[in-house]
Structures are given as C-alpha cells and as structure tokens.
Design a protein around this ligand. Structure first.
Ligand SMILES: Cc1cc2nc3c(=O)[nH]c(=O)nc-3n(C[C@H](O)[C@H](O)[C@H](O)COP(=O)(O)O)c2cc1C
Length: 143
C-alpha cells in the first residue's frame, strides 16, 4: 500500500530514512514531538503530510510505536498509517500552516523550532486540552 500511494518501487525505499517522503510544508516541531515521544518509549498518533515521488502530497494519520526487546530496551520503531478524516484535516491544516510560517519567520532555525514548539503546545492548551493525545483524539471522531 505504501508503494502504491508513494509511487516508489521497493528498491528505492528499502533501508532509506522515512524522510524520503518528507513534505517541505510539514512543520519541524511535529517531527520533534514524534521523536521525543517515541524515544521516551511512548506511542504517538499524529497527522503527517507526505510527498509522493511525483511531488503530489498525501495526508496520513500515523500511529508510531517503539519496539522493545525482552529487557525493555527500544530496538526500533514502527508506523501504521490510516486515511485521515476530512474533518480532522480542517483543524490540522491551518494549525500546521501557522506552525510552518512561524518556523520560516526566523532565520535561526533553532529559534524557529523553539517558537513553533511553543505555539503547538499553546494551541493544545487553548483548545482546552492538557495533552497533545487528548487533542488529537478529539478531532479524530472514528477513534
Ligand atoms: C516509524 C517512523 C515513521 C515515520 N514516518 C514518517 C513519514 O511518513 N513521513 C515523514 O515525513 N517522516 C516520518 N518519520 C519522521 C522522519 O524520520 C523524519 O524525522 C522527518 O521526515 C523529518 O525529516 P528531517 O529531520 O530530515 O526534516 C517517521 C519516523 C519514524 C520513526
């Protein structure tokens, strides 16, 4: 399914980093949240806009989980993607757009990331949620 949607053949993506399908309009703070969460041993659900080989974009609702060995050490990561609800994307798209604009506003990318990170957390709090997870599941009706 991934190959069909992304337009790549297997040999082009096997062993490659997930960023081969990174869309330039994805805010970096969302990937920071993703990596911070899974490196901490927790799962995350997140909306991601990806770029197919031909430059088209496609949105996914990703469920990313760490894999553990018998000793409880993280030995890898796994992602399941679902088709997102249109209604959820109506909330996510303007949020990501403003996060990206904030990141691009700052010539120093570290400063930009710090600002968009704060914006993301503020957006969750302003919507009345105490965590990103609660926010995500409120805009994701089928879950
Ligand atoms: C299991 C897993 C799945 C991922 N899936 C995607 C994905 O579908 N699209 C994407 O752009 N990044 C995905 N990432 C995040 C990428 O590793 C990377 O952080 C992101 O593309 C940003 O790339 P950059 O740091 O080069 O800007 C995934 C990471 C993991 C661990």
């Amino acid at each position: 399914m991934f190959l069909t949607v992304s337009g790549y053949v297997e040999s082009e993506v096997m062993g490659k980093p997930h960023s081969v399908i990174r869309h330039p309009e994805m805010p970096r703070c969302v990937f920071k949240l993703l990596w911070d969460t899974i490196a901490d041993g927790r799962e995350i659900f997140a909306y991601v806009n990806n770029m197919a080989k031909n430059g088209d974009n496609y949105w996914v609702f990703a469920h990313v989980t760490p894999n553990f060995d018998a000793a409880g050490q993280i030995i890898g990561y796994h992602s399941n993607r679902r088709v997102p609800e249109k209604a959820a994307l109506e909330t996510i798209k303007p949020l990501y757009r403003s996060l990206l604009e904030e990141e691009r506003r700052h010539p120093d990318s570290k400063v930009g990331l710090g600002r968009s990170w704060k914006m993301l957390n503020d957006a969750v709090a302003t919507a009345g949620f105490d965590s990103y997870d609660r926010f995500i599941f409120t805009i994701t009706p089928e879950n």
